[in-house]
Design a protein around this ligand. Structure first.
Ligand code: AMP
Length: 282
């Protein structure tokens, strides 16, 4: 696995690769890797000829500076995991490399409704920060396919919007959420949970499953409230337990029995904020 710290070197390497018509796959991450990340690498290896992974803990997407400071960093372990997963290239820039004082990139992105709801409402500026880093990364790597997790459902929508706004030709491939055996969605944040909270954390998955099994056409307000109450009773601070149209992310209070909908939850246990989602319809 080749490791690049500088944009110029990575681009030169990829230019040579592209001249032999290789399909390039890209997996952007913030490190503290787990099997969920490795499932993206696996997909990239199956669908492309050369897999580039990036690790960059992006300060621009943390609305809470304390959250940024506490974000886990496990670089040596990450490198071993990426090696064993067969990753070809690791891009490991520092903040100065990604955000030099002078830049031609836009200072904001027109995301409209998407950044006003759910994560957008609870983490002001978060999706602008995601676009800030993803615009740069997508331009640097110029991949054929970028692989991202459904775990961050709204982020996938935002990146799809970014691709349309910028005209970047990279295709977005959304990979299903990998879960622990009890159902908890794998997340870098899980390693910050104490033993007791780790056991309680599975309730988010249980709440999603309950919503799925009880969903019926008509009023869904009670269903959302039941999920939220269930989590509150378990000791969570619930930001939201919502149902939304899976294509537009418009929140719904009634379901017509036909539209494709997704349940999304964000809730914290002792300041560890977890998010998860599940398609309610096939
Ligand atoms: P992060 O390092 O948390 O920014 O995540 C990097 C990428 O891995 C994003 O596209 C995430 O959606 C994806 N990801 C995180 N957790 C999982 C998971 N449990 N299953 C699949 N993909 C995931």
């Amino acid at each position: 696995m080749l490791i690049f710290h500088h944009i110029k070197d990575l681009r030169q390497f990829l230019l040579n690769k592209r001249s032999v018509h290789s399909q390039i796959g890209f997996v952007p991450t913030m490190g503290a890797l787990h099997q969920g990340h490795l499932s993206l690498i696996e997909q990239s290896r199956m669908q492309t000829d050369l897999t580039v992974c990036s690790i960059f803990v992006n300060p621009a997407q943390f609305n809470d500076p304390k959250d940024f400071e506490k974000y886990p960093v496990t670089l040596d372990r990450d490198i071993q995991l990426l090696l064993s997963a067969g990753t070809d290239v690791l891009f490991l820039p520092d903040v100065q490399e990604m955000y030099p004082a002078e830049s031609d990139y836009p200072s904001s992105y027109e995301l409209g409704y998407t950044e006003t709801v759910l994560e957008g409402a609870y983490r002001p500026g978060h999706f602008q920060g995601v676009c800030k880093v993803m615009h740069r990364l997508l331009k640097i790597v110029e991949a054929d396919i970028v692989f991202m997790g459904q775990k961050d459902f709204q982020q996938c929508m935002v990146v799809q919007q970014l691709l349309s706004l910028t005209g970047i030709k990279t295709k977005l491939n959304i990979v299903p959420t990998l879960r622990e055996t009890d159902g908890l969605a794998m997340s870098s944040r899980n390693m910050r949970l104490g033993d007791q909270d780790r056991q309680t954390a599975v309730s988010i998955y249980e709440a999603l499953m309950q919503m799925k099994s009880q969903l019926q056409a008509g009023d869904v307000v009670q269903l959302k409230k039941a999920a939220s109450d269930f989590l509150t009773a378990k000791g969570f601070k619930v930001d939201y337990a919502e149902l939304a149209n899976a294509h537009t992310l418009k929140l719904i209070d009634t379901w017509n029995g036909k539209d494709s909908i997704v349940a999304l939850i964000a809730a914290s246990l002792n300041d560890v904020r977890l998010i998860d989602n599940m398609m309610m319809t096939s």
